[in-house]
Design a binder for this molecule. Structure first.
Ligand code: GLN
Length: 262
């Protein structure tokens, strides 16, 4: 189908010609300028394009997400990493440098973006990554292999699988499920519920973490929602002094715990 006919066909969707071309070029893995000369769009591509316009995540369709300096494989087994989480990693990087951290754990690693990005920055750091979902861990392992890093992966909840190693671990990072149950919506329906939702108030993960008293005194960095960061902070005070950090959109959403510093 010619591009201009496709634009007519997709007229009902609120999408510009530029956006259409951008999606098409991602689906076909081509430069956008390619379509200046080649304006006949393949049937297969049009099918995929319509799925995306109807709400299916492009990242799942092309099995790829760019996160900081790397490209990660993703599919429906894992949450699609969000751009805000890049900020979490950059804050973690700063703290690791300042505190000379040698051992870290990522709880709820999903696709592995946090653990793997940090291991790339600090190849000599010991990185543990845990997830409750065996399927998600398979994706994280695939990414670690693809990006050529050595991570210690474990399946289980919270820090259960590494309880005997806790004294060795200096820092905890996590982008846990924190969405309120009532917030279930179409936009999120293709992603694993277990990665997103955390009870009526979205705080289940943080509340349950309190049973791990042995984490007191560790440096911690968590992502939470811009709407509920105060609730999260209240809960996490149990572990030590808290500090709220903002993402690049100026939204308060990260809680850092560091008894050495503040
Ligand atoms: N750690 C992964 C990420 O930040 C997965 C998070 C999750 O599944 N809640 O994208």
């Amino acid at each position: 189908m010619k591009l201009k006919d496709l634009i007519n066909k997709t007229g009902d969707y609120d999408v510009s010609r530029f956006q259409l071309l951008k999606i098409i070029s991602k689906i076909e893995n081509k430069d956008m300028s390619y379509y200046l000369l080649n304006d006949d769009i393949k049937e297969g591509t049009i099918k995929k394009l319509l799925r995306v316009l109807n709400g299916y995540p492009l990242e799942y369709l092309i099995n790829e997400v760019k996160f900081l300096n790397n490209k990660f494989y993703v599919d429906e087994r894992v949450l699609i990493p969000r751009i805000e989480t890049e900020d979490l990693v950059l804050y973690a990087k700063k703290t690791i440098e300042e505190e000379n951290i040698k051992s870290i754990v990522d709880i709820g690693t999903g696709s592995g973006v946090i653990a793997i990005s940090l291991k790339k920055y600090f190849p000599n750091m010991n990185v543990y990554a845990i997830d409750i979902s065996e399927k998600a861990l398979d994706v994280a392992k695939l990414n670690a292999k693809k990006l050529n890093v050595d991570i210690n992966f474990y399946c289980g909840e919270y820090i259960e699988p590494i309880k005997d190693k806790i004294s060795e671990i200096e820092m905890i990072v996590s982008n846990p499920p924190y969405v309120e149950e009532s917030f279930k919506n179409n936009r999120l329906k293709y992603e694993p519920s277990i990665a997103l939702y955390a009870g009526i108030d979205g705080q289940n993960f943080f509340k349950n973490l309190l049973k791990y008293e042995q984490l007191k005194g560790k440096i911690m960095l968590f992502e939470t929602t811009e709407f509920n960061y105060k609730k999260t902070e209240e809960i996490l005070k149990f572990f030590g002094n808290t500090k709220i950090l903002k993402d690049s959109f100026d939204k308060k959403r990260f809680i850092e715990i560091n008894n050495n510093n503040f």
